[in-house]
Design a protein around this ligand. Structure first.
Ligand SMILES: Nc1ncnc2c1ncn2[C@@H]1O[C@H](COP(=O)(O)OP(=O)(O)OP(=O)(O)O)[C@@H](O)[C@H]1O
Ligand SMILES: [Mg+2]
Length: 204
């Protein structure tokens, strides 16, 4: 990748929902180390644009979009968010996607848990591995300290103040080793306040 090649490039993106045009010919580039803020009133189309970048199913289900999205110079055709994660995008959604009955640590490493093999592996295979809680906690603590905030790794999400939930979501995204571009869709206003901003930042 060249020094000046954008990490994320949005070119001529137009999106309509059943004839209602919500994005018209949107273009922008994001380069390594940049933070870009998108500001717009409620309904301006911020979430829609970020959903297009991240391959959210709602976009395909409502007729797709026009224009192109490239990551690291490669045009993307994500059919779902897992493809976007694989390509190095992370997204913190406007609505929470944490599991309330799990702790900070469990939510941060969810689906990427550290495992220890057990003797039962020989007979029953990898499914009998046990969670390596020490390693999981260390990974969660490393992501939390990268963020520079104070979070209790053992607190249940259901018992957290709202700000801590938001940081937990961000920690989960930056703890993925592949993440190059992080999309934050109004991470400070999950209840839909009147001031709206969405940020896209790269390689934190
Ligand atoms: N699934 C959908 N079907 C039909 N219309 C939709 C859908 N999702 C969004 N819209 C419409 O698209 C427009 C842009 O919505 P979007 O949620 O992207 O705005 P936003 O800038 O994120 O707003 P907010 O600040 O309230 O989060 C709105 O008019 C909304 O009603
Ligand atoms: Mg929104």
């Amino acid at each position: 990748m060249g020094q000046n090649e954008p990490l994320l490039s949005i070119q001529h993106v137009t999106k309509e929902f059943y004839g209602n045009v919500v994005l018209r010919d949107v273009c922008f580039d994001l380069r390594e180390g940049e933070i870009l803020g998108l500001v717009g009133e409620n309904g301006a189309g911020k979430t829609t644009l970020m959903s297009i970048c991240f391959g959210m199913p709602v976009i395909a289900e409502t007729g797709g979009f026009q224009g192109s999205i490239s990551v690291d110079g490669q045009e993307t055709h994500f059919s779902n968010p897992f493809d976007a994660l694989d390509a190095g995008l992370g997204m913190v959604h406007q609505e929470f996607s944490l599991i309330p009955g799990f702790t900070t640590t469990e939510n941060i490493v969810l689906n990427r848990e550290s495992m220890n093999p057990s003797v039962l592996n020989n007979v029953f295979g990898d499914r009998m591995s046990v969670l390596d809680r020490k390693a999981m906690r260390a990974r969660a603590e490393s992501a939390i300290s990268k963020l520079g905030v104070k979070l209790d790794p053992d607190m249940l999400v259901s018992e957290m103040p709202v700000g801590h939930k938001q940081f937990t979501e961000i920690a989960r995204e930056i703890s993925r080793s592949k993440t190059k571009v992080l999309i934050l869709d109004e991470p400070r206003s999950p209840t839909g306040s009147s001031s709206s901003a969405t940020a896209v930042s790269s390689r934190m």
